[in-house]
Ligand binder design. Sequence first.
Ligand SMILES: [Zn+2]
Length: 462
Amino acid sequence: MTNQTSTTNEPNRIPLHIGIDDTDSTRQGCTTYIAALLTQKLIQLGADFFDYPNLIRLNPNIPWKTRGNAALSLRVNINQNALRKAIEETLRIVERESDLSHPRTDPGIVFYQGKPVPQDIKTFARRTIQDVVKKSEALKLIKHYSAEAYGFNSGRGIIGALAAIGETLEGDHTYEFIAYRIPANIGSPRRVDDKSVLQMDVKMKGQTYNNTDPDKKRVLITPRGKDPVLLGIRGEDPQAVKIAYSMIKVNEKIERWIVFRTNQATDAHLRKIESIKEIRPYRPVIAVGSLVQEPHMIPGRHVIFTIQDNTAKIDCAAYEPTGKFRNIIRQLSIGDQIEVYGGVRPPSIRNLITINLEKIKIISLTTKTTLINPHCRVCGGRMESMGKGQGLRCKKCNNREDNAKKTATQVPRKISEGLYIPPPRAHRHLTKPFCRYGIEKTLHTSTIPRDFEGLGNPHFTT
Ligand SMILES: [Zn+2]
């Protein structure tokens, strides 16, 4: 189902941005599925999409987020006489599909008519991705720009709904192809051939990312549990994710599919700060400091260390799920200069404010030395200590030297300078993986989406 004709220039066509957020709970539902249903409905009402549906990941560190903290926006041109119907249908679908009985599901929907999106709303969106914002700020903007907002329960989702409209993805962005299961299959094991996913991953390297986990040889495109999502493939452009899908053997019926444009894998949540004293809870950061405490393991197999600059100190933690990443962290030493990336946890009874590490860059390693026994001058064997203040003796020829001392020797470092990222299974949706470094998009000029959604199992001709 494709919208073939662009009729933007007709005077009775109105640009409409629809933002939705917080429709799902930890137990069921999926905001992206609601967006897919709504996309089909809008096309039936004669709307033309002037962008791919946008899947916007908001600040992953806010305490009241549901699961992936995904907000969605749909941007269409629609006839004046279909506008009210589009708004009514949106409200009807969100109300029907949301887990409204769950105490922490607080859906919000925002409608904004006009093009382009005001700078104030773009700035608000940026803050919703990197910071903590209040509902009152969203309501103020909605009033000022004559947008329409609807909230269910506490209506906190209005924040994310407005942010999804405001994040127009003009800088770096990626795409995700998502296929949804038919209702009868939800809850049963997903019938997707793992081997075909591993093969696709090799063929589509550089164009798709995080399909599999290299350490555990595990497929990552299929979620677990009762989610309506069968699989999601993330990549650089709409064509790449569709080609990747066509390489996978799917042995079950697909209800519908859609391609989203997203801020996933762009590090959009991380804000570079000048000094450690600026760090605040729930605001993800990039900060530079030098180690002042050796890394040590705490119960739960998490690794903790402390960095400092000339303004303050802060704890950093690499948690157990980051796997081998912790082996790198444990090799760090006092004096090493590093850049840390991650979310910020508030202080608890046991801990100070802590950076939850998503990646690190080692800027410079200190020279580490240790004292070792010298070689024997007679036979070249290794000398050993005879006890405190008693000189050294050769283990091999018994040569004794009363005034010999241990000598300082440089210890080879087992790590080198550079960027280190945990394995894909530990990534947040927003974490930029290795393979995206150097291919970030810097400018997005509006593209009319083509062949971006449909019903049933898709058959792409590639
Ligand atoms: Zn000797």
